[in-house]
Design a protein around this ligand. Structure first.
Ligand code: IMP
Length: 431
């Protein structure tokens, strides 16, 4: 039986992790986010209501589930309070949420700097969410960052804040941006401490308490996708953390030995927001059809997403890196109605057929997708509950995905609602 499940985005983010995490969160005792921050945008739909989450774990809707924002995250406490307020306004008042005292804090100057760095890149912008995620991780690694636990000790916080602001105000001044006043920032964050303080704790200890208890089900919720990974993604068009299951031990504070199942969430096609090469990108009417049917607009920024065919080169690469046991194949219903559907099996780079994505975006931009074409299906599959009830062509598509990626499809999503989920893998059914 699977007890510690990791859900990892295996493309460029927005694969539908929110829905899958929510599906398992209903039965999970604990849901843990281990990287990223409020650059993520998870949409969860149930009972006809739509909720969107940025930094709060998807288990928040189940009062019995303990939600943890792990030390590997960059936490913007102002945004956490706003997210909680929005959930309160939607009637959600009964939840459990804890934030790691070791998590790096996103400060107001981080989003200013995110925007300024983007503007300086001229036409070569990364297309960040401008939430300050990159600058916050930079400060963490430069060791001038503030951490959530600092808020619990006002004197220590003042000392750390002063040291950080000396550097940051200098940087802001050099860039011609507004600087910040120490007293104002200090007072604001002491107010924040009074709102969030009781939720800030040693979450590694909390998670490990659950790990040693038999029968506790723990879900580790990745944000973004493997192709946005700082190490393995399409650098520099990536985010500043690694969404891989390999980041769970560090970002949650647990031993790697605990993880026993990894679900790779992949759309039945591909999308990408922001800039950067995207080998299977479509620019024709099919892209328009998929974009409209799949509502492919960014949850955080509202930007239209770029759309392309399923890329098995990317899928094999991300399954190798993140140890994916099963795919959750998302938005499968969106492909219904197309005459033909394509899967990219390899790339052609400078006349050679290759199996893996190259390291540089210059080379990736030269990669041409090699496709296999399959028959499409016309039937509406959004009410299908069992794999065997799918049209033959749809089943053939799923089998082909398994064949060219070497990973079984464990879940198929045929609509946004929790109920529109086909669970194929027995281990996942037991979670
Ligand atoms: P950042 O994470 O805001 O620094 O943005 C870096 C890149 O990652 C940009 O291309 C963003 O559009 C992308 N990105 C960040 N978070 C997400 C996400 O949750 N879904 C999809 N793309 C994301």
């Amino acid at each position: 039986m699977s007890q510690r499940l990791v859900v990892v985005g295996s493309q460029w983010g927005d694969e539908g992790k929110g829905k899958i995490t929510d599906y398992f969160a209903c039965r999970a005792d604990m849901v843990v986010r281990y990287q990223g921050g409020n650059n993520a945008g998870h949409t969860v739909m149930f009972d006809g209501h739509k909720y969107s989450l940025q930094s709060i774990p998807s288990g928040i809707f189940n009062p019995a589930t303990v939600n943890v924002m792990g030390n590997g995250m960059v936490v913007n406490p102002v945004s956490v309070i706003a997210e909680l307020q929005k959930l309160h306004d939607q009637g959600l008042t009964d939840y459990q949420l804890f934030i790691s005292d070791r998590a790096a804090m996103v400060m107001p100057w981080h989003s200013d700097l995110d925007g300024a760095y983007e503007n300086m890149k001229g036409g070569k912008q990364i297309g960040t969410t401008k939430k300050g995620i990159g600058p916050a991780y930079c400060d963490k690694y430069s060791r001038i960052g503030l951490r959530m636990g600092d808020l619990l000790d006002p004197e220590y916080f003042a000392e750390r804040l002063r040291a950080a602001m000396d550097v940051k105000n200098m940087e802001l001044r050099m860039l011609g941006l507004e600087t910040y006043d120490f007293d104002k920032v200090y007072d604001t964050y002491m107010e924040i401490a009074s709102v969030l303080g009781s939720r800030i704790c040693d979450t590694s200890a909390l998670i490990n308490e659950y790990l040693v208890m038999p029968d506790k089900k723990i879900l580790f919720e990745g944000a973004q996708g493997m192709m946005l990974c700082i190490d393995h993604g399409t650098y520099p068009f990536v985010t500043s953390s690694s969404p891989s299951a390999a980041s769970v031990p560090v970002g949650a504070g647990i031993s790697p030995k605990w993880i026993d199942n990894v679900v790779g969430v992949a759309k039945a096609y591909c999308t990408r927001v922001g800039e950067g090469p995207f080998p299977t990108e479509l620019h024709d009417h099919i892209a328009e059809e998929i974009r409209e049917r799949g509502h492919e607009y960014g949850t955080v920024t509202g930007r239209p997403r770029r759309v392309g065919w399923f890329d098995a080169v990317v899928a094999r690469y991300t399954s190798r890196l993140a140890g994916i046991d099963n795919w959750a194949l998302m938005l499968f219903d969106v492909l219904s109605g197309l005459d033909k559907v394509k899967i990219c099996t390899n790339y052609e780079l400078d006349g050679k057929i290759i199996d893996n994505p190259p390291a540089t975006i210059a080379m990736l931009a030269r990669c041409k997708p090699v496709y296999i074409e399959l028959e499409g299906w016309k039937e509406d599959i959004s009410d299908v509950k069992d794999f065997n009830d799918l049209p033959e062509a749809a089943k053939a598509y799923v089998r082909k995905v398994e064949e060219v990626t070497g990973v079984k499809v464990g879940i198929i999503s045929v609509g946004p609602d929790r109920k529109q989920t086909i669970i194929i893998d027995e281990k996942l059914r037991e979670f």
